[in-house]
Design a protein around this ligand. Structure first.
Ligand code: HSE
Length: 285
C-alpha cells in the first residue's frame, strides 16, 4: 500500500483567471493505493457522501485509466467538494503521484499535470490544470497552453470556507464572454503586480494584485455575504481578498501577525448572516 498526501489549492487569485494557482498548506487529501485487477474506489472524509465511487465518474478513476494503472484506491477527503479549494484536483494529483510510483511509470511531477487534469475534465467539463498544477508542484504556478511555470513562494493566507456549495459548472456560466479593453489592461497590470509579489514573498503586492474587474464581480454574486466578509477581512488587515477558485471559498492574503484576527473577522461576518464557516490559517507554499 502506498500513501500520498496532496494539498488544497486556490486558483485564479482574482487577476489570473484560469492561469494562476497556489498550493495551500492545509487542508489536504490523502490517497492510498494498492495494485488490483481492476480499479475500485472508496471515499471517506469531508463531503464523501457527495463523491461517486464509480471509477467512471470519479476524477481518480480517470487518472487510473490515463496511467493504465488499475488499483484499489482509498481517498480520505480533507478538502470538502465544491469548496473552491481544489478538492477534486487534490485527489487527482495524489492519485497520479501514487499510481505513477506504484506502477513505476517514471513520469515527472510536471508530466503528471496533464494526467491529473484529465480527472478535472470529468468534474468541470474542461481539463483545467490551474488546480492540479500547484497541488503537484507546490508554490505558485502559471498555467498556459504552452505549459506550466512554477515558483516557490511563501505568503500567509486565510482561506475561509462557508457552509454553502457553488458548482464549478455554475460558476463558469457567469463568466463574461468579452471584456472592455480598460478592464483587460487593469487586470494585466494586477496580474503582473501579483507575480512580482510572489517572487519577493511580498503580501502587499500579492494582495494588491488580486484585484480583478472582469470575472470576480460576476462570481461574488453567487456567494451570499461575500462583500461583507471581504470588507471584514480588509478591515482586519488583509492585503487583498478574492474568490478562491470557483468559490464559495474566499482567500485573503495577509501578513502573519494579522492572520488570526482576519480569520475571526471572516467567520464573524458570515456568522452575522446566519452562515456557518471555517477558516484555514495557512500559507502559500
Ligand atoms: N479556474 C477555474 C475556475 C478553477 O475558476 O473556474 C476551477 O477549476
Amino acid at each position: 500500500m502506498l500513501t500520498v498526501r496532496a494539498p488544497a489549492t486556490s486558483a485564479n487569485l482574482g487577476s489570473g483567471f484560469d492561469v494562476f494557482g497556489v498550493a495551500l498548506g492545509t487542508p489536504a487529501d490523502v490517497v492510498r493505493v494498492e495494485r488490483a485487477p481492476e480499479t475500485r474506489i472508496t471515499v471517506t472524509g469531508a463531503g464523501s457522501q457527495y463523491i461517486p465511487e464509480d471509477p467512471a465518474q470519479n476524477t481518480v478513476g480517470a487518472v487510473a485509466d490515463a496511467l493504465d494503472a488499475p488499483a484499489h484506491i482509498k481517498i480520505d477527503k480533507g478538502i470538502r467538494p465544491a469548496s473552491g479549494l481544489g478538492s477534486s484536483a487534490a485527489s487527482a494529483a495524489a492519485a497520479a503521484v501514487a499510481l505513477n510510483a506504484l506502477y513505476d511509470r517514471g513520469l515527472s511531477r510536471a508530466e503528471l499535470v496533464p494526467v491529473a487534469a484529465e480527472g478535472e475534465a470529468l468534474v468541470s467539463g474542461e481539463a483545467h490544470a490551474d488546480n492540479v498544477a500547484p497541488s503537484l508542484l507546490g508554490g505558485f504556478t502559471v498555467v498556459t497552453d504552452d505549459g506550466v511555470t512554477q515558483l516557490d513562494a511563501s505568503i500567509p493566507v486565510v482561506a475561509c470556507l462557508p457552509e454553502m456549495s457553488v458548482s464549478t459548472r455554475d460558476a463558469r456560466e457567469v463568466v463574461p464572454d468579452s471584456a472592455a479593453l480598460e478592464d483587460v489592461v487593469d487586470t494585466v497590470g494586477n496580474a503582473a503586480t501579483l507575480t512580482v509579489g510572489m517572487t519577493r514573498d511580498d503580501p502587499d503586492l500579492v494582495g494588491r494584485g488580486m484585484e480583478d474587474a472582469i470575472v470576480t464581480p460576476e462570481r461574488t454574486a453567487l456567494i451570499d455575504g461575500y462583500d461583507r466578509v471581504r470588507d471584514a477581512a480588509l478591515e482586519a488587515g488583509a492585503t487583498g481578498v478574492t474568490v478562491s477558485g470557483a468559490g464559495p471559498g474566499i482567500l485573503a492574503a495577509c501578513h502573519r501577525p494579522d492572520q488570526g484576527a482576519i480569520a475571526a473577522a471572516m467567520i464573524d461576518a458570515f456568522d452575522a448572516l446566519g452562515i456557518e464557516s471555517r477558516a484555514y490559517q495557512t500559507r502559500i507554499g
